[in-house]
Design a protein around this ligand. Structure first.
Ligand code: AMP
Length: 114
């Protein structure tokens, strides 16, 4: 059994509120939302970070396509939304399985603190 949290969500071993799914990607609501809309979009295949994902253009394209689909479905395309890929300790990355945060549902403020 893998100890990767998001691989375990993909496998159905840990529950999640799934909002979008294809053969290649899964999107689910963040368990500790930081905005009115906070969805995580992940490739089902494990990549440690966006750096590794970038070496697989098909998987990267599928993920970005899914970001657009989820943003449309959540109704945030027109008012606007933010997409974040955290990578490594300086970013505060908690789960080392690449994921795009989709944040929206109201003004988001400054891109970074300070
Ligand atoms: P990051 O800091 O970029 O690695 O983001 C990881 C995100 O995963 C955080 O926003 C967490 O709230 C979220 N998270 C952690 N565990 C779960 C879970 N079981 N289901 C949904 N989201 C989760």
């Amino acid at each position: 059994m893998t100890d990767c949290l998001f691989c375990r969500i993909v496998a159905g071993e840990i529950p999640a509120t799934v909002v979008y799914e294809t053969d290649a990607v899964l999107a689910f609501r963040d368990i500790r939302p930081k905005a009115g809309v906070h969805v995580l979009v992940i490739p089902k295949q494990h990549f440690d970070s966006v750096v590794e994902l970038g070496a697989d253009p098909a998987a990267a394209g599928a993920l970005i396509a899914a970001v657009g689909e989820v943003a449309r479905a959540e109704g945030v395309v027109e008012p606007g939304f933010r997409t974040i890929f955290n990578t490594g300790p300086d970013s505060g990355m908690e789960v080392p399985h690449v994921h795009a945060h989709i944040l929206g549902g109201g003004p988001l403020g400054a891109m970074v603190a300070g």
